[in-house]
Design a protein around this ligand. Structure first.
Ligand SMILES: Cc1cc2nc3c(=O)[nH]c(=O)nc-3n(C[C@H](O)[C@H](O)[C@H](O)COP(=O)(O)O)c2cc1C
Length: 341
């Protein structure tokens, strides 16, 4: 199965094509953005279960960049050591580990130490959210620097790659979408803020380590954007990224139809348009479908989220059926009861 093929990106070598996508756990229990024993268990389980790459949940670059009070953060040096121990644990299993750096913008629901929230334009997500403060140039530059400092800390923690969260209607996505960006200054240009964030991150992130973005291919909004528009945004920043992780939605409160593999066509369109490796995600937990996405060229890597939450040994169970060599080559799996027969 192609799922078990290794994958190379710059100096990053993955033992297979399975990615655990970023998923908030809301377990930074003291509202301090720090790793807790829960995070250790949560990320080590799929790593021991054989995934090639674990992507740590949306990690805020500033306190007001959190989605909730219980998000992980990387806005101060005191948050590095917990993440370093997470990196060391995951590396000990043979998996690699990336971190998703993000800023919630107008979708910030954190209240602890957060007096106001930010956005490109003063439009609330819906009636239950606060109206964001329209970011002036000084604030924009501050947030760009916050991404840069968080990337420096990610390097100090030993991460193998960074994923910049430009999807699901969070701050960067708010600048990308015409449904949320109503500015008349230079930041009306949908790729400008993202491009400046990437430039700042590159100033501190080692050149041999991959850096990519997660995007929403479309926001499903009549006032918003489609996959062609998204591909153009990505083309503008292509020299600064090594791959694209393709999701969709979350910019406005519209729930799209979802079904197995519902985002893989977006992954293929974007991969072909920008000619970069792509990660596909979204209801791919049927092994046949995940394999189909890889073999048919929809994507280079597949991410399985809830499937791995339910069963961190998802890959090992597939290996029992289709790829016993994967298990036999690594004593760690034999010691954990795989293969089954
Ligand atoms: C509990 C939960 C938390 C999530 N948190 C994040 C996140 O932090 N960042 C992100 O980009 N996507 C997040 N997502 C979306 C997932 O990364 C993934 O795209 C989504 O679950 C679809 O994949 P699946 O069908 O394999 O679960 C989250 C999803 C779930 C279920």
């Amino acid at each position: 199965m192609k799922l078990f093929d290794s994958f190379f990106l710059k100096h990053l070598e993955l033992r297979n094509r399975l990615v655990m996508p970023p998923m908030c756990t809301y377990q930074a229990q003291a509202c301090d953005g720090k790793v807790t024993p829960f995070h250790q268990a949560h990320y080590l389980a799929p790593a021991i279960g054989g995934v090639g790459l674990v992507i740590v949940e949306a990690t805020a670059v500033a306190p007001e960049g959190r989605i909730s009070d219980y998000d992980l953060g990387l806005w101060c040096d005191g948050q590095i050591s917990g993440l370093r121990s997470l990196v060391e644990g995951v590396h000990a299993t043979g998996a690699k580990i990336a971190i998703q750096l993000g800023h919630a913008g107008r979708k910030c629901e954190a209240t602890n130490g957060v007096s106001s929230i930010l956005g490109p334009s003063p439009l609330a997500y819906d009636d239950s959210y606060r109206i964001p403060e329209e970011m002036d140039e000084k604030t924009i530059n501050r947030v760009i620097d916050e991404f840069k400092q968080a990337a420096r800390r990610a390097e100090e923690a030993g991460f193998d790659a960074i994923e910049i969260h430009a999807a699901h209607g969070y701050l960067i996505n708010q600048f990308i979408s015409p449904a949320t960006n109503k500015r008349s200054d230079q930041y009306k240009e949908p790729s400008l803020f993202l491009s400046q964030v990437l430039q700042a991150v590159h100033a501190t992130w080692p050149v041999e380590k991959p850096l990519w973005v997660r995007v929403s291919a479309t926001d499903y909004s009549p006032d918003g954007y489609d996959v062609t528009y998204c591909s153009k945004v990505l083309a503008a920043i292509k020299p600064m990224i090594d791959a694209v992780h393709v999701s969709s939605g979350g910019v406005v409160p519209i729930v799209p139809p979802v079904y197995p593999g519902y985002q893989i066509a977006f992954a293929r369109t974007i991969g072909e348009a920008v000619d970069l490796p792509v990660i596909a995600v979204g209801m791919l937990s049927s092994p046949d479908l995940a394999e189909y996405a890889l073999q048919s060229g929809f994507a280079d890597l597949v991410a399985v989220g809830r499937g791995l939450l339910r069963n961190p040994n998802w890959l090992l169970e597939i290996a029992c059926q289709h790829q016993k060599d994967f298990l036999l080559q690594q004593p760690m799996y034999l010691q954990r009861g795989f293969p089954l027969h």
